[in-house]
Design a protein around this ligand. Structure first.
Ligand SMILES: Cc1ncc(COP(=O)(O)O)c(C=O)c1O
Length: 389
């Protein structure tokens, strides 16, 4: 078993530049094994629906406690396929946070449903449960759309408030799913991401905590029936014999080669999380007074998919970014706009906007976060941030 200290030594990156993410370092650790498993797929030739798909789905179910896992072509398909499976479409309202990647809204619109944007909790950056209730009530009162589903997003890797969200979904009889694209590896108590909502979707985009070498995703289900429907939808809606179309479907399959690569990456996943967590704890110790960081609440385990905090103002953020840049330290902004402000989604902007989404988008700043940062790297980053008054 690889331990977290080994990992950095084996990656050979100790004296290199600080990267925002570092897939090359990871590849240094696993390259020989990745070459071997790709060779194996080339040898058996089952590029679509090969044995590695079943193996990966079983391993993901084992790790997360999900009853069934269904691999799919992307994190976006991991949202679209369950929405299709529930028959959600025109006239249906799907409640989503306004501060997330555009894919969450795109998935809702792709099935013809209407996104209803909900503000975020200004501390955790996740969906605000009070505003969610208010938006459900307002939608019911409006009488134009039928509330059908909630998609919570675990922003930057921190699980949303699932205990409260589950109660709200149950109270209103809504389908409830997690957009866990950024949070694979997170948990609440003993329950890993993948088992926190009835349905969860994750992304294997290369930069995610579990990423492949292309596009990929997976859907986690706490019941078997739904998963059987998704397996059909991802294969053009066909029956098991692939002869008849039972329902409308898509080509939403995960490639065998990507599943093989993910199985290799899973072997070092826990050690990688340890390193992410070590970096995160140094950031918290040193930067809690300088940046608005989400509280570390007992029992809530982040995947540390990204490490973001709030600067004091937009100007402060710009000063920090330019000082970091002068020291060759990369940083990034997720996200520069709330979704309701984007041209494509502005028709769905709530009256009065979403104040916390808007404030976060002007102040949020992401610092380097990946498993191959040394303690010294993280201290150098903290020193640079603290040099900006
Ligand atoms: C919150 C969120 N949802 C959905 C997605 C979509 O994932 P993919 O790019 O694999 O389609 C992403 C990916 O960046 C994401 O961050």
């Amino acid at each position: 078993m690889t331990n977290s200290v080994d990992l950095i030594a084996r990656s050979g990156v100790e004296d290199g530049p600080i990267n925002f993410m570092d897939l090359k370092a990871q590849q240094n650790v696993i390259r020989a094994e990745v070459d071997a498993v790709i060779q194996k797929v080339l040898d058996h030739g089952r590029y679509i629906s090969g044995p590695e798909i079943d193996e990966l789905e079983a391993e993901l179910a084992r790790r997360t406690g999900a009853v069934e896992v269904v691999g799919c072509a992307s994190g976006t398909d991991a949202l679209i396929i369950p929405l299709m499976g529930e028959g959600i479409g025109p006239g249906d309202a799907v409640f989503i946070p306004g501060f997330t990647y555009n894919a969450t809204a795109n998935a809702v619109l792709a099935v013809g449903a209407t996104p209803v944007f909900v503000d975020i909790d200004p501390k955790t950056f996740n969906i605000c449960t009070d505003h969610l209730e208010a938006q459900i009530d307002a939608t019911l009162a409006g009488g134009k759309l039928t509330p059908k589903a909630i998609i919570a997003v675990d922003l930057f890797g921190l699980p949303a408030d699932y205990p409260t969200l589950t109660k709200i979904a149950d109270k209103h009889g809504l389908f409830f799913m997690a957009d866990a694209a950024q949070s694979f590896g997170g948990a609440i108590g003993d329950n890993p991401v993948g088992s926190l909502a009835p349905v969860s979707g994750t992304s294997f985009f290369p930069s995610k905590t579990l990423g492949c070498y292309g596009d990929g995703g997976a859907i986690f289900s706490m019941d078997k029936e739904r998963a059987d429907i998704w397996k059909s939808i991802r294969f053009h809606g066909t029956d098991d014999a692939r002869k008849e179309s039972l329902r409308v479907g898509i080509n939403g399959r995960l490639d065998t080669i990507q599943a093989a690569i993910l199985l290799v990456k899973l072997k070092i996943f826990d050690a990688e999380w340890e390193n992410r967590n070590r970096a995160a704890q140094i950031y918290y110790e040193r930067l809690s007074e300088r940046l608005g960081l989400p509280p570390q609440v007992d029992g809530f385990k982040s995947s540390w998919g990204l490490f973001s905090g709030l600067a004091r103002s937009g100007d402060d953020r710009a000063r920090i970014q330019s000082h970091l840049q002068s020291k060759k330290i990369p940083s990034a902004i997720y996200y520069t706009m709330g979704l309701h402000v984007h041209h494509a989604f502005s028709a769905y902007a709530p009256d009065g906007g979403l104040p916390h989404c808007e404030d976060a988008s002007t102040r949020i700043l992401a610092l380097p976060m990946h498993p191959y940062l040394t303690d010294e790297n993280v201290h150098d980053i903290c020193d640079a941030v603290l040099e900006v008054n």
